[in-house]
Write a protein that binds this ligand. Structure first.
Ligand SMILES: [Zn+2]
Length: 151
């Protein structure tokens, strides 16, 4: 992907190259099975729920959700606190703050757009912060899924 940089940041000695390198590194390591995702999945399994992981809820929209309940049309996104700008942990980038701020803002806009598009297609979207306690979150999701299955 292209990383757009502000002109002002391109001067010699700017910290940007390391940001790009860091970005690439983090993207390459885009964790498929983060600990918070695994904890949530296992809590959902214990409740007897079955689901797909890391798939597109709808074909027309090229975005994958972390946990997908197809019959109930419920899509779960587990958002990393840093990447998606969690209000509690999302402001920790000290180095290259401007670069990260821009990147995180893009993610947030994309997140919003994803919700709008999925909801327009009749889906219920649940976004979960990675810091959220899995048992409580699983209970909430369970109730949503069961209710929608009964429609
Ligand atoms: Zn957080």
């Amino acid at each position: 992907m292209a990383v757009k940089l502000d002109k002002g940041l391109k001067r010699k000695g700017s910290p940007i190259p390391s940001s790009e390198a860091a970005l690439k590194r983090m993207q390459a390591a885009k964790p498929r099975d983060t600990a918070p995702e695994k904890a949530l999945r296992s809590a959902l399994h214990k409740k007897g729920l079955r689901f797909r992981i890391d798939v597109k809820p709808i074909k027309e929209l090229n975005r994958k959700a972390d946990i997908v309940f197809r019959p109930a049309k419920v899509a779960i996104f587990v958002d990393g606190c840093f990447w998606h700008g969690c209000p509690i942990h999302g402001t920790q980038a000290k180095a290259n703050a401007e670069f990260w701020e821009h990147k995180i803002k893009q993610n947030q806009e994309r997140d919003k757009d994803t919700v709008i598009q999925l909801e327009a297609a009749g889906w219920r979207v649940v976004r979960v912060w990675e810091h959220e306690e899995p048992e409580g979150t699983a209970q909430e999701i369970y109730e949503i899924v069961v209710k929608r299955k009964r429609r």
